[in-house]
Design a protein around this ligand. Structure first.
Ligand code: LMR
Length: 397
């Protein structure tokens, strides 16, 4: 059976992670995969997560099934975190949310729902977008179209070109948007631009599918959900996929959510009945442990405060690091203007350097960035920033 298969190259992001692990260079720096790292270069378990996990262990009295939708405690709490407690769509019961295995699970189940609702639908994704969006959405059978989003040459958003491309959409189309901390560019829509895209969605009738994988890591929990909240208020239908990998640091637990905003309570419930049916046919039901941790944190004010404050520190560290790296590059004598890194948000920015320069960073200095030049700013620290800036200065000479 398997002799008909050809071996595939490893995933561009996960393969780099493995290469880094096997590199014996003592000075190596991992700026590849999107995980948060502290000043010591570690991806710690957040304090609130540790405590919540103990509560979960102590309080759990069964390992019986939880069902395709996951746990109501999680679903209700994450819905409020995403949309805000007093959001009109929540007040009118237009939002139905389920627990998914990570943001990836939410994206894939959402794509399956779209395919089932409108088999001919096209999904428009930005150029560039996170590489894994393409298989997650495309493997569900959706036709993928692209809209221009970011110009690597000028390191700027191509908003006008994006809007012109989206003018070609119709009611049968879906547009994938990054809620905040755009992966891979770090260039986000401003509130004004979110309003313009929302107006266009009103005119053209397309359905926004928002990937909110980094809520809390750009400006703040509410600010980072601006686009999702606005669209859920103004538009009849929206889908939001969220991830708890980064903002709760629960990467390997695989916790995320899928929210369907419907025209009314009954349409949201109908859509969720299909979501549950799709889940049953794919993985039957999500794992509960990570969702139980998040529910415990969000439903306990002390843990919620601790989590928010640690998340705020992580966010500040990334934003400070962006400034520090740009300063150190100047100090190292780099003429090229990297100041765009300071106005971008979240873990990533494109350095905009060549393939050859990326390879030299890896082979000569043990500095790992993704082949597109996407660089994880959270991997830069006080301990390695001089090394990284000097290496870049040498490679760019
Ligand atoms: C990334 O973009 O590096 C992360 O979201 C991890 C992944 O699964 O690709």
């Amino acid at each position: 059976m398997f002799s008909s298969l050809d071996i595939l190259p490893s995933d561009p992001i996960l393969g780099l992670m493995a290469e880094f692990r096997n590199d014996p260079n003592p000075n190596k720096v991992d700026l590849g995969v999107g995980v948060y790292k502290n000043e010591a270069g570690l991806t710690p378990i957040m304090a609130a997560v540790k405590t919540a996990e103990q509560h979960v262990f102590a309080g759990e009295d069964t390992k019986s099934y939880i069902g395709p939708a996951g746990m109501p405690e999680f679903n209700e709490a994450i819905k409020k975190l995403i949309f805000g407690e007093s959001h009109p769509a929540l007040q009118s019961n237009r939002v139905a949310t389920v627990l998914t295995p990570g943001g990836c699970g939410a994206l894939r189940v959402g794509a399956e729902l779209l395919k089932r609702s409108e088999p001919k639908t096209r999904i428009w994704v930005g150029d560039p977008t996170w590489a894994n969006h393409l298989p997650l959405l495309g493997n569900a059978g959706l036709k993928i179209e692209q809209y221009p989003y970011y110009d690597r040459a000028t390191s700027k958003l191509t908003f006008d070109a994006m809007m012109s491309a989206l003018e070609q959409t119709s009611e049968a189309d879906v547009v994938l948007l990054h809620g905040c901390c755009h992966n891979p560019s770090g260039a986000d829509l401003s509130p004004e631009q979110w309003r313009a895209v929302t107006e266009l969605a009103e005119q053209k009738g397309f359905l926004p599918f928002i990937d909110l994988a980094y809520q809390g890591l750009s400006v703040g929990l509410a600010e980072d959900a601006y686009g999702a909240r606005l669209m859920a208020e103004r538009l009849p239908e929206v889908i939001v996929a969220s991830s708890c990998s980064k903002n709760f640091g629960l990467y390997r637990e695989r916790v995320g959510s899928l929210s369907i905003v419907g025209t009314n309570s009954s349409s949201a419930s109908t859509a969720i009945s299909h979501v549950n049916n799709i889940v049953r046919g794919m993985y039957s039901m999500p794992p509960s442990h990570g969702g139980a941790i998040v529910a415990e944190i969000l439903n306990n004010s002390e843990l919620q405060d601790s989590w928010q404050s640690e998340l705020g520190m992580m966010r500040d560290r990334i934003n400070d690091t962006r400034h520090l790296l740009v300063q150190k590059l100047r100090d190292a004598g780099v003429d090229r203007d990297f100041s765009f890194i300071e106005s971008q948000h979240g873990m990533f920015s494109f350095l905009g350097i060549s393939k050859d320069e990326i390879t030299r960073l890896k082979t000569e200095y043990g500095i790992y960035i993704v082949g597109s030049s996407r660089t994880n700013m959270a991997g830069v620290s006080l301990a390695n920033v001089d090394y990284v800036a000097d290496a870049l200065a040498r490679v760019l000479k």
